[in-house]
Ligand binder design. Structure first.
Ligand SMILES: Cc1cc2nc3c(=O)[nH]c(=O)nc-3n(C[C@H](O)[C@H](O)[C@H](O)COP(=O)(O)OP(=O)(O)OC[C@H]3O[C@@H](n4cnc5c(N)ncnc54)[C@H](O)[C@@H]3O)c2cc1C
Length: 483
C-alpha cells in the first residue's frame, strides 16, 4: 500500500487523471500474457521523460518498486508487480516525433505501437523490419526492453539491431541520452545494447531513435509441406547452404498445423508433419523469384512433398494469417498454455524438436512446436489445465527438461521473450556464476536499491533444484479457462 502522501506526490507529478489506484484499475495492470497475477499499489501514466524521472526519484527515495510497462504482452511475466509498487505505464508516450528521410531513422516515444510505427514508416517509403507476432499490440519500448524479434529476424535481425539512440531514466531519476542519429558510434561502452533486453530492470526507456532501411519493392512467399518433420529440419540447413538468405524460414509442426486448420479452415494438410513458411524480398522481381526457386528446389531435395508459391497478395496474406494465428489457435486446445522460447544452433533444430516431442510424451503433454527455424529459435508450447491436481508440478518438470535440452545442445534459454519470472531460476545454469555475478554488479551499479522491476531476470535461489519455479509464482485466478 502506498501512503496518502506518496499518492498525492504521484498525482502532482503526472496529473490527477493519470494515477490509478482503484481495485478494478489495479486488476487491469496485474497480469500480462502469462498465467501470473499480482496487483500493483498504484499505476502512473506519465506523458514526458521529466515525469518518468520524477516518479523514479519519488519511488527511489521511498524504496517503492517500479514496474515499467508497455502493452503488457510479455510472455515471460516481465510486467507482473510481484511485490506491489507502482506500475509505470508508458502508453501515453506514444508520439512518432520524426521520420527523418535524410538520415533514414525515426525518433519515437516508447508507447508507440509497433504496427502503427511500421505503417507510418512504410507510408514514408521506408521499412522497419522487426515484426513480433504481437505487433498490433506491443509497444516499441517493450520491444527494445525485450529485444523483440520476429519471422523477419533471419535476414534483418531483431529490435536491438535498429536502435541508434535511447533516452533512459535511471532508478534515481538521472536521465541518460545515449547515441543519436549516427550510424556509427563507439564512444565508450555500448550502453544502448545493455538496455536492450534489460526487461525494465536497469532503467525506463523514454525515447528511442530507430534505424530504418529501404522498403523492398518485391516480396515472394512460399509454403513447403513436409511429410516428415526431420526433413523440414534438414531443409533449413539446405536452404541456408544454398547461397540464399531468405527473410523468413518459419516452421510449424503437425500439432500447430492442425490447430491452425481447426481455427481458420484454410485447407492446410493435416497429415503433414511440418511446414516451412518462406519469404524473400528485394528490389528486383527477377532476383526475388530466382531466390524462391532456389529455396523451393532445396526443400524438394530434402523431402518436401509440395512447395507452393503464393500467386497473389491475398494468398500471401492468408499464409501469414496462418502463421500469426498459431499462438491463438494453439490456445484454443486447452484451458492453459505456456509458450517457451528456446534457441539452439541451427544444426540442432531437428534434434531439439525430437527432444521436445519426447519430453511431451514422457510428461503427458501435447507440445505443438513452431518458431523461427532459420534462427534456431523454437517455441515449444505446453498445453495444460492448471486446475488438474499435480498438473503444474508435471509442467515444471517438463519445462525444466526443455531448458536443459536447449542448454545441452549449445543453446540458450530465450531468444526474444526474455527471462522475466519464468526462467530466472535457470540463469545460473545458462550463464555460469561469473557471468551472472557481472550482471548482478551492473544491476547494483544502476539500481542500488533494487526498485526497478524486482524479482525479474535474476534467480531468487529459493526454489531448490528448481522445483517450484512455476508453482511458486502468483497465479492468475479470475481469467483462467475462459478462452
Ligand atoms: C500472441 C503473442 C505473440 C508474441 N510474439 C512475439 C514474437 O513474435 N516475438 C517476440 O519477440 N515477442 C513476442 N511476444 C512477446 C511480447 O509481445 C514482446 O516481448 C514485446 O516486446 C513486449 O512488448 P510490450 O509493449 O507488450 O511490453 P510489456 O509486456 O509491457 O513489457 C515487457 C518487458 O519490458 C519492460 N518494459 C516495457 N516497456 C518498457 C520501457 N519503456 N522501458 C523499460 N522497460 C520496459 C517491462 O518491464 C517488461 O519487463 C508475443 C506475445 C504475444 C502475447
Amino acid at each position: 500500500m502506498l501512503n496518502d502522501r506518496t499518492l498525492r506526490d504521484l498525482r502532482a507529478i503526472v496529473g490527477d487523471d493519470y494515477v490509478r489506484s482503484g481495485p478494478a484499475q489495479l486488476i487491469a495492470y496485474s497480469y500480462d500474457a502469462t498465467f501470473q497475477q499480482a496487483p500493483p499499489d498504484a499505476v502512473a501514466l506519465p506523458r514526458t521523460t521529466e515525469q518518468v524521472a520524477a516518479v523514479l526519484r519519488l519511488a527511489n527515495n521511498a524504496s517503492i518498486p517500479v514496474i515499467p510497462r508497455g502493452a503488457g504482452t510479455s510472455l515471460a511475466g516481465g510486467t507482473i508487480p510481484l511485490t506491489g509498487g507502482i506500475v509505470l505505464s508508458l502508453t501515453r508516450m506514444n508520439t512518432i516525433k520524426e521520420i527523418d528521410l535524410g538520415n533514414t531513422c525515426a525518433v519515437v516515444e516508447p508507447g508507440v505501437v509497433t504496427a502503427a510505427f511500421q505503417a507510418a514508416v512504410e507510408k514514408a517509403g521506408l521499412f522497419y523490419p522487426p515484426d513480433p507476432a504481437s505487433l498490433n499490440q506491443s509497444t516499441l519500448g517493450g520491444n527494445v526492453a525485450c529485444n523483440a524479434g520476429g519471422p523477419r529476424g533471419l535476414k534483418y535481425g531483431s529490435t536491438r539491431d535498429y536502435v541508434l539512440g535511447l533516452t533512459v531514466a535511471l532508478a534515481d531519476g538521472r536521465v541518460l541520452r545515449l547515441g543519436g542519429k549516427t550510424i556509427k558510434n563507439v564512444s565508450g561502452y555500448q550502453l544502448i545494447q545493455l538496455f536492450a533486453a534489460s526487461e525494465g530492470t536497469l532503467g525506463v526507456i523514454t525515447g528511442i531513435t530507430l534505424r530504418l532501411v529501404p522498403l523492398p519493392r518485391h516480396r515472394s512467399t512460399a509454403v513447403a509441406i513436409f511429410p516428415k518433420l526431420d526433413d523440414a529440419g534438414d531443409a533449413v540447413t539446405a536452404v541456408l547452404g544454398s547461397g540464399v538468405l531468405p527473410v523468413t524460414l518459419e516452421l510449424m509442426d503437425q500439432l500447430a498445423i492442425n490447430a491452425v486448420e481447426d481455427y481458420l479452415h484454410m485447407g492446410l494438410p493435416r497429415d503433414a508433419e511440418a511446414l516451412l513458411l518462406i519469404e524473400q524480398d528485394g528490389n528486383s522481381q527477377v532476383a526475388v523469384q530466382q531466390d524462391i526457386e532456389t529455396v523451393a528446389a532445396a526443400c524438394k531435395e530434402t523431402g518436401a512433398s509440395n512447395v507452393r508459391v503464393a500467386t497473389s497478395p491475398e494468398e500471401r496474406e492468408l499464409l501469414w494469417r496462418a502463421r500469426r494465428a498459431v499462438s491463438a489457435a494453439i490456445g484454443r486446445r486447452a484451458p492453459n498454455k505456456i509458450g517457451e522460447d528456446v534457441v539452439v544452433p541451427r544444426s540442432q533444430v531437428p534434434e531439439m524438436i525430437r527432444r521436445v516431442r519426447r519430453i511431451g510424451v514422457e510428461h503427458g503433454f501435447e507440445t505443438p512446436i513452431f518458431g523461427h527455424a532459420g534462427d534456431g529459435n523454437l517455441h515449444p508450447n505446453f498445453l495444460f489445465d492448471r486446475r488438474k491436481p499435480g498438473e503444474m508440478e508435471r509442467l515444471e518438470k517438463a519445462a525444466a527438461a526443455v531448458f536443459r535440452a536447449a542448454l545441452e545442445l549449445g543453446g540458450t534459454l530465450s531468444g526474444e521473450h526474455g527471462i522475466g519470472t519464468l526462467k530466472r531460476e535457470f540463469m545460473e545454469d545458462a550463464l555460469g556464476p561469473d557471468t551472472l555475478g557481472v550482471m548482478r554488479a551492473i544491476k547494483q551499479a544502476l539500481d542500488p536499491k533494487g526498485i526497478l522491476n524486482p524479482g525479474k531476470k535474476f534467480p531468487t535461489g529459493t526454489t531448490g533444484e528448481h522445483s517450484g519455479f512455476l508453482t511458486a509464482l502468483p497465479m492468475l485466478d479470475s481469467l483462467t479457462g475462459e478462452e
